[in-house]
Design a protein around this ligand. Structure first.
Ligand code: Q9C
Ligand code: ZN
Length: 341
């Protein structure tokens, strides 16, 4: 299986607020490097650089004004005399009356985010574009009739909505790749999100559309981040009604129950009869993940790959979360090895 990877992801690193204090983000460069090392040591296949794409390839999944914001946020932030990384601190929640776009960067940061989990640094936009381009190049590989490809994206994307960043995510790499597949002639695409966290951003982007089926298996929102999306009752709207399938599972879920949900997802995907399948591949479902609460074990990831291969659809794997850095390479690549059979 072909892997797409660029070391430009290293230009992005940041902090997060954890337990009331600032610390280095769990979403760090070493994550992607560990996965790359495992791709190489297992001989999964060639590793190639992503192609470049212009900003128009990100539109469809995101609005133009959001992309403009991301592209200029660092410059606007430093123009106010600050040199530390930019973080939002105020949000337009229920009850605040204005939906106007603020004029200054502190207001814009809150307007275009869901939480303070996506810091912006000097290299963030370059890394974010490189991550999206990695997913786009992977979709082009499927277009050139590869059975599968692995976009080793970093930063991740599935919490990023049409007009917001959050949860370590900026551009929604999986959604951008899915839209690209449609632009290049696919009639229908399915996205299966197996990151521990609900893919609220991907759901947001395709919620009212029937050409993209979104299925997510995740920790139930009552007790798991992102808390405000991911219920089974969220089934899509308008033309998209019935094209959004959430399969929330309780904390502590192990492979038995997880596998049943995966088969459920598979029947919905095969009913949709997509020309391409995008997997939002998070391995924060691992039993020892530091921020998540499922109990999947290393060999379970081989089985997950094998089940996905059984859906028999050209498949693009897009890297999302997974924070147990020592094991993330083994677990992520196990999915790919299991898929290859
Ligand atoms: N105690 C991804 O996996 N922090 N993002 C949650 C829970 C945010 C995860 C803290 C987690 C975001 C792509
Ligand atoms: Zn996650």
């Amino acid at each position: 299986m072909l892997t797409l990877y660029s070391s430009d992801h290293r230009l992005h690193h940041g902090v997060e607020l954890k337990d009331g204090a600032i610390s280095d983000s769990f979403e760090k460069p070493q994550r992607a490097e560990t996965v790359l090392a495992r791709v190489e040591s297992t001989g999964l296949g060639d590793v190639v650089l992503p192609k470049s794409y212009d900003r128009t390839s990100y539109i469809g999944a995101h609005s133009e004004r959001y992309i403009d914001f991301l592209a200029s946020a660092w410059d606007e932030w430093t123009a106010t005399g600050r040199s530390c990384q930019a973080l939002p601190l105020v949000w337009p929640v229920r009850g605040l009356p204005s939906a106007e776009l603020p004029q200054t960067i502190d207001g814009k940061l809150g307007f275009f985010s869901m939480d303070a989990g996506s810091p912006i640094n000097v290299g963030t936009w370059t890394a974010v574009c490189s991550s999206a381009n990695t997913a786009l190049t992977g979709m082009d590989a499927l277009g050139e009739s590869a059975r599968a490809a692995f976009a080793l994206c970093r930063p991740p994307g599935h919490h990023a909505g049409r007009e917001y960043m959050g949860g370590y995510c900026y551009l929604n790499n999986a959604a951008i790749a899915a839209q690209h597949g449609l632009n290049r002639g696919a009639r229908r695409v399915a996205i299966l999100d197996i990151d521990f966290h609900h893919g609220n951003g991907t759901q947001d982007i395709f919620y009212d559309r029937s050409d993209v089926l979104f299925v997510s298996i995740h920790g139930e929102p009552g007790v798991s981040y992102p808390y405000f999306a991911g219920y089974a009752t969220e089934r899509g709207a308008g033309a998209g009604e019935g094209f959004n399938l959430n399969l929330p599972l309780p904390k502590g879920t192990a492979m038995n129950e997880y596998e049943a949900a995966l088969h459920h997802a598979g029947s919905a995907i095969m009913r949709h009869a997509p020309d391409a399948l995008v997997i939002s591949l998070g391995v924060d479902t691992f039993e020892h993940d530091p921020i998540s609460h499922f109990r999947l074990r290393t060999p379970d990831y081989l089985r997950i790959g094998e089940i996905i291969a059984g859906f028999d659809v050209p498949t693009l794997f897009v890297m999302e979360g997974g924070y147990m850095v020592d094991e993330i390479g083994i677990n992520a690549v196990n999915v790919l090895l299991g898929f290859e059979g």
